[in-house]
Design a protein around this ligand. Structure first.
Ligand code: AMP
Length: 402
């Protein structure tokens, strides 16, 4: 059975076609700069190891429809394609960034669901409009293929009000649904379930701290398999210090900078989003670069890494109190999977809290979901590679009962 996973943005479409027997991708790619004078499509097809077919196309894609058309052409190419025609696609799963309070689990697309995603646009103005277009184009190009939407916020909908409310007048919640929603929920859910497998017990019996460290990053406290707290807020700007995003800070800073620099609140938020975080402190948002600068004695790079890992430790500490007892801390995503130094700094000197790292395992993690803590560590530390596409495809199969 084959499932197509689509992540449509305002000017891009990422896609992956998965073979659900193996869980492996058959093809993947991205259409970019839709609507611009010149767009691009990068496509990879996996035609059985070690055969891999790559294609890079530069041409204009006036709308998402032309982009998706080209994707279908490549998927069904008689020579290098991976399917004969689109009737081989059993279902389509869409990644949706924001489901607001309307969606707490994946659902099949119908007119009401599509309207719900539109209703949530004020909470994700940069993302949800692109998702709506992605669904509309898929409906047109794949008539008869059922579609499912999987929300990045859904996993966090189990949080209680004490965790998701902000300390501002209640009417802002009532009028605008201003609250903490969280992000990366699909990744947190995937690695939580994989961690339960490594622990050898049902997810419903596991207490975990999941640490998704990519360019965007967030932590979740997972209590008996359900999210009870998360670091991100109303938008993906809150929480820990990220690649280019500031994370939590004193809200009065917005007014202060706006006043001193004669910037609008929106301009300040754009600066917090694109020019802050690690990049704002040391000029780079890539950990590989930051490490090489530290080696050369760059103090700003050292400060940036110190600040970022300090903040992660603060969240992990607070989630230990929230959870009472923790089975495992789980690292994932670009930094979480590839940066042993970041992991070591985050988990060092915590033996009194039951966290005993195994340096050898940490520095030689072999990409299988496994522990990097000592065998006798009361709290396990795992690294588990995330796979959001597979999670979305699995949800699609489950919702459609395939
Ligand atoms: P993601 O958003 O999950 O793709 O993560 C991207 C980030 O992962 C990059 O900005 C880097 O900071 C980090 N990263 C990727 N590869 C490595 C690596 N080999 N070592 C350290 N950090 C890495």
């Amino acid at each position: 059975m084959k499932i197509l996973v689509i992540n449509a943005g305002s000017s891009s479409i990422k896609y992956q076609l998965l073979d659900m027997t193996s869980g492996n991708p058959l093809a993947s790619g991205i259409v970019e700069r839709i609507g611009e004078e010149m767009g691009s499509l990068t496509h990879k097809a996996f035609l059985g190891t070690p055969k891999e077919f790559k294609e890079a196309i530069e041409c204009a894609f006036p709308t998402h429809k032309e982009g998706m058309h080209e994707v279908v052409r490549l998927l069904t190419d008689p020579e290098k394609g991976v399917i004969k025609d689109s009737s081989e696609i059993a279902g389509i799963g869409h990644r949706i960034v924001h489901g607001g309070e309307l969606f707490s689990k994946p659902v099949e697309v119908d007119a009401e669901v599509l309207q719900g995603i539109r209703d949530v646009i004020p909470l994700a103005p940069l993302h949800n409009p692109g998702h709506v277009i992605g669904i509309e184009v898929a409906t047109e190009l794949f008539p008869g293929v059922r579609q499912v939407v999987v929300f990045d916020t859904a996993f966090h909908q189990t949080m209680e009000p004490k965790a998701f409310m902000y300390g501002i007048p209640y009417e802002y919640y009532e009028e605008f649904a201003l609250r903490r929603y969280g992000a990366h929920g699909t990744s947190h859910k995937y690695v939580a379930r994989e961690a339960a497998k490594v622990l050898g017990k049902p997810l419903e019996e596991c207490n975990l701290v999941t640490v998704h460290l990519g360019n965007g990053a967030s932590l979740s406290a997972v209590k008996k398999g359900k999210c009870s707290d998360t670091s991100m807020g109303l938008t993906p700007l809150g929480g820990i210090i990220m690649g280019t995003r500031c994370g939590d800070l004193d809200p009065a800073i917005v007014g202060f900078i706006s006043d001193k620099k004669d910037m609008s609140a929106a301009e300040v938020v754009t600066m917090f989003t694109n020019e802050s975080g690690l990049k704002g402190i040391c000029g780079s948002n890539d950990l590989r670069d930051i490490h090489s600068r530290i080696e050369k004695g760059d103090e700003r790079a050292e400060l940036a890494l110190d600040m970022a890992t300090h903040r992660v430790r603060q969240f992990i500490g607070s989630y230990f109190f929230e959870l009472g007892k923790v089975d495992a801390i789980v690292f994932t995503a670009g930094i979480g999977e590839n940066d042993p130094e970041y992991r070591a700094r985050t988990c060092s000197d915590l033996e009194n809290f039951g966290i005993i790292m195994d340096s050898d395992k940490n520095w030689n993690w072999d990409r299988t979901p496994s522990a990097i803590s000592a065998d006798d560590s009361p709290v396990k530390v795992f690294v588990i590679a995330t796979n959001e596409e597979l999670e979305i495809a699995n949800d699609t199969v489950a919702v459609l009962g395939l």
